[in-house]
Design a protein around this ligand. Structure first.
Ligand SMILES: [Zn+2]
Length: 159
């Protein structure tokens, strides 16, 4: 899950080159909410309007999603791999267990940062990292970590 409000990049992100296997095809973008949106809202009460959700092989984007937003799609592709054939189970655990939620988001944010970084001059990387950390530490995910911890986790992909 991710909010699209996070992309204040100073240059178009589609200029970021993307490694093979990171993006790939094989998914669809659906302009609406995922089938389990009621369960999601019951737990995560501060989801912004711009949020997007991965459910199986689909990215649900109520406000739409630019396929060229490679960092964001890379983030959601990580969740697709995590969900594999156990989508419902993954989501139920994601909602019930904040620790699990954090450890599903960390690799997704790390991948998003890695993909975006390639297209960004160094002086913008810090800003982008800070913005992502702001999201990961926000009430959207249930205030799982501090801003500093989120920054570290996204940059390194681990503790
Ligand atoms: Zn996510």
């Amino acid at each position: 899950m991710m909010s699209m409000a996070e992309v204040p990049l100073e240059r178009p992100i589609e200029t970021a080159p993307v490694g093979a296997g990171v993006i790939g095809g094989g998914f669809e973008i659906i302009p609406g909410f995922p089938p389990n949106i009621d369960k999601i809202r019951a737990v995560l009460t501060e989801i912004p309007d711009t949020a997007i959700f991965t459910y199986g092989k689909a990215i649900y984007a109520p406000r739409g999603l630019d396929r060229k937003n490679k960092p964001l799609i890379a983030h959601e592709k990580v969740h697709m791999r995590q969900q594999r054939n156990a989508v419902e189970h993954w989501w139920d655990r994601y909602l019930a267990d904040p620790t699990f939620r954090l450890w599903q988001e960390v690799p997704a944010y790390h991948m998003q940062y890695k993909v975006a970084k390639r297209g960004l001059p160094w002086q913008f990387r810090r800003t982008y990292l800070n913005t992502l950390a702001g999201h990961l530490s926000s009430p959207m995910y249930g205030s799982l970590v501090s801003l500093d911890k989120a920054r570290h986790l996204i940059a390194h992909g681990r503790v």
